[in-house]
Write a protein that binds this ligand. Structure first.
Ligand SMILES: Nc1ncnc2c1ncn2[C@@H]1O[C@H](COP(=O)(O)OP(=O)(O)OP(=O)(O)O)[C@@H](O)[C@H]1O
Length: 399
């Protein structure tokens, strides 16, 4: 299983320019998480801070018990080996063919024989759908293939954590979906922890298990996908629908005068952009038939069922509506509850479905860490809180 990443109070600035402050979240092991945010909110800086390429001002980023913010260079070097990173352009060496590009980390960081290297390289090229492309130069292949080659290279050292920076950059929507499918299939095969930073709405809605958003130099929220996808936060709704209407402006943030002037314009019939107002939780993409089940997804289901009573009502409905008949039995959810939740989903979560207890209603803040990564182990529900009956076998590691 991939490593858990626990981030607490992480803060980064460049000189006087604050990038983000007090970011606290936990990437659950083996699950796929995505971080959204308008351009320039520091998503790439966040990734670089996680692997120690940039040094945060304060806070902790703990991986396998090591805080990479304060650890020695030697420890950092060791921890970095747990990461596979897929950069925006694949970051391939232009003069090397794909085989040598993918073999590069093995030749640099291991003492493996060329026979063993060949076995690994061909396996990763196969895993990423690049069979037979090993002799090609990066300049001879499409952007989508370059990204897959970058992923193949990120996989050769058997990473426990895979960071992906804007996988859709330079790709059309269809190729973006194909690469997203590949992430889920790879996640199923190696059970690594994924963090994808993106501003791609389709990807955000359908790929990750958990979603977060950076805005106004803070983490707006982070938690199970259903929470962000049903959020009534204006900034989240605006972002997920790609509209001009809302707090995000051309250069990140609008002041109230601009908000009011624009609102008058939209009220007068000016198109706010975007196609429609989508709310609710669309089904999550699954692994390709024939690829093993994602154990991260199984663990996540246990986790969100444990914490569900603390999630907003709309998110709860989204979670219940997504349960398969087998899961309904497993978690003791009645078909009537599921039917109600599905009906509510079809109505796309009416405005009455509001955030409930435990989730901040303001931009700042995030789900408490224990709602994100750990099964709380039978914390009693608060009086009056709705709670699903516990599943028959509900320990970490699942069924
Ligand atoms: N090494 C650096 N030195 C100084 N400022 C930097 C450095 N790296 C990034 N920044 C600044 O940090 C801010 C956030 O940049 P970053 O690239 O992380 O944003 P982003 O959210 O990934 O944006 P995009 O979606 O456009 O890629 C920007 O204002 C950028 O200029």
């Amino acid at each position: 299983m991939g490593a858990e990443v626990v981030i607490e109070g992480l803060t980064k600035s460049f000189g006087k320019q604050a990038i983000w402050r007090d970011v606290t979240l936990t990437l659950p092991p083996g699950e796929v998480s995505a971080m959204l945010g308008p351009s320039g909110t520091g998503k790439s800086v966040f990734l670089k801070s996680m692997i120690g390429l940039l040094k945060p001002d304060r806070g902790r980023c703990v991986i396998n018990g090591v805080d990479i913010v304060t650890c020695s260079e030697h420890k950092l070097y060791e921890i970095r080996k747990l990461f596979g990173v897929l950069f925006q352009d694949g970051a391939l060496f232009g003069s090397m063919n794909l085989y040598d590009n993918v073999a590069f980390p093995l030749r640099e960081h291991t003492k493996k024989s060329e026979t063993e290297i060949r076995r690994i390289v061909l396996e990763k090229l196969d895993m990423t759908g690049l069979n037979g492309a090993d002799k090609k130069l990066p300049g001879e292949i499409s952007g989508g293939m370059r990204k897959r080659a970058g992923l193949a290279r990120a996989l050769v050292l058997d990473p426990e954590i895979i960071l992906v920076d804007e996988p859709d950059s330079g790709l059309d929507p269809v190729r973006t979906t194909y690469i997203s499918q590949l992430f889920l299939d790879v996640n199923a095969q190696i059970d690594a922890t994924f963090l994808i930073v993106t501003h791609n709405i389709n990807l955000a809605r359908t790929v990750p298990d958990n979603l977060g958003m950076l805005f106004r130099k803070e983490l707006v929220m982070f938690g199970p996908r259903e929470v962000l996808l049903t959020s009534e936060e204006p900034v989240v709704k605006q972002f997920l629908n790609g509209k001009m209407q809302g707090p995000i402006g051309m250069s990140e943030e609008k002041d109230s005068a601009q908000m009011a002037a624009e609102q008058a314009m939209f009220d007068a019939g000016h198109h706010a952009g975007g196609v429609e107002d989508i709310s609710g939780v669309p089904p999550q993409m699954q692994t390709t038939p024939g690829v093993p089940q994602r154990m991260g997804a199984v663990r996540r289901k246990d986790r969100v069922m444990e914490i569900m009573h603390r999630l907003p009502e709309a998110a709860q409905q989204g979670i219940i509506a997504s349960l398969s008949p087998e899961e309904q039995r497993h978690y003791g959810v009645s078909p009537r509850q599921v039917a109600q939740a599905q009906q509510q989903q079809q109505q796309q979560v009416p405005a009455g479905a509001r955030q409930g207890d435990g989730v901040p209603n303001q931009h700042h803040g995030q789900l408490p860490a224990d709602q994100v990564a750990r099964i709380p182990g039978g914390q009693p529900p608060r009086p009056g809180a709705r709670r699903m009956p516990p599943p028959p076998n509900n320990g970490p590691g699942g069924r």
